[in-house]
Design a protein around this ligand. Structure first.
Ligand SMILES: N[C@@H](CCC(=O)N[C@@H](CS)C(=O)NCC(=O)O)C(=O)O
Length: 231
């Protein structure tokens, strides 16, 4: 699937369209799709069925030894792994990544906290509840819920008196944290308890060219139904 117009450079060097190796139900992948849409960057989307065994192949491991999506193949044919590294690479030189060193460091801080707190505490919990890997009262679910609540409380405090996470303007910090935070109700969190987070979610959704194409988990994501690193 190709998004945007293909670009073929003149001369001996033929620039390829960027490729995003992408799983449609992954919010880590959705982060990249959202930024690409907002930047209006053309790219080719290469669907990866992570529960159909696609990340278990040698071919995929050559692109990402960690066997995770997303992976960006640049127009020069190089591979970049990790969703937040992909956001940083694509946003560099655009309004989505501030120039000021202090603000950039704060963006980096949120990219880190998203991976340590938001993704496991909200996204990882949601995945395991929705696909039947855990029941809400299972001890690992209770532990993750505590992590997720802590992440939402941290965001609530940060957003109580500001419109966006860093420097009062929409940046990749917001895109990155939005991706799993907006799914919090599906992980059992009540966002009425976090009104500043709720309002911030709506502000992110009001940004130009905002898209939400995060798909629900398919049947083969249930345990035993497919083949993946999750079993
Ligand atoms: N830290 C990684 C995590 C990526 C990740 O966990 N991707 C999942 C989908 S959300 C995946 O592709 N898993 C496939 C597998 O492990 O087989 C990132 O941010 O890119």
């Amino acid at each position: 699937m190709i998004f945007g117009a293909a670009h073929i450079a003149a001369g001996t060097y033929v620039s390829r369209l960027m490729r995003l190796y992408d799983y449609v139900a992954s919010a880590n992948c959705y982060k990249a799709r959202l930024l690409l849409a907002q930047l209006e960057r053309p790219y080719e989307r290469v669907p990866v069925d992570i529960f159909g065994g696609d990340t278990l192949t040698d071919e995929f491991a050559a692109k990402n030894p960690a066997r995770s999506t997303p992976v960006l193949e640049t127009d020069g044919g190089r591979y970049l792994q990790e969703s937040n590294a992909i956001l940083w690479y694509l946003a560099d030189g655009t309004p989505f990544l501030p120039e000021d060193a202090f603000d950039r460091a704060h963006v980096l801080k949120w990219l880190i906290l998203e991976q340590t707190d938001v993704m496991p505490g909200i996204g990882g919990l949601r995945f395991r509840l929705l696909t039947g890997r855990w029941a809400p009262d299972d001890p690992p679910a209770v532990q993750r819920r505590e992590l997720g609540r802590g992440a939402l409380a941290m965001l609530e405090q940060q957003l109580a008196d500001r419109a966006f996470l860093v420097g009062e303007r929409h940046s990749i910090a917001d895109i990155c944290v939005y991706a799993y935070t907006h799914t919090a109700p599906e992980a059992g969190f009540d966002l009425d308890e976090f009104p500043a987070v709720e309002q911030w979610l709506r502000r992110v959704e009001d940004q130009p060219r905002f898209v939400n194409d995060l798909a629900p988990y398919p049947e083969n994501a249930r345990p035993g139904a497919g083949r993946s690193t999750y079993g």
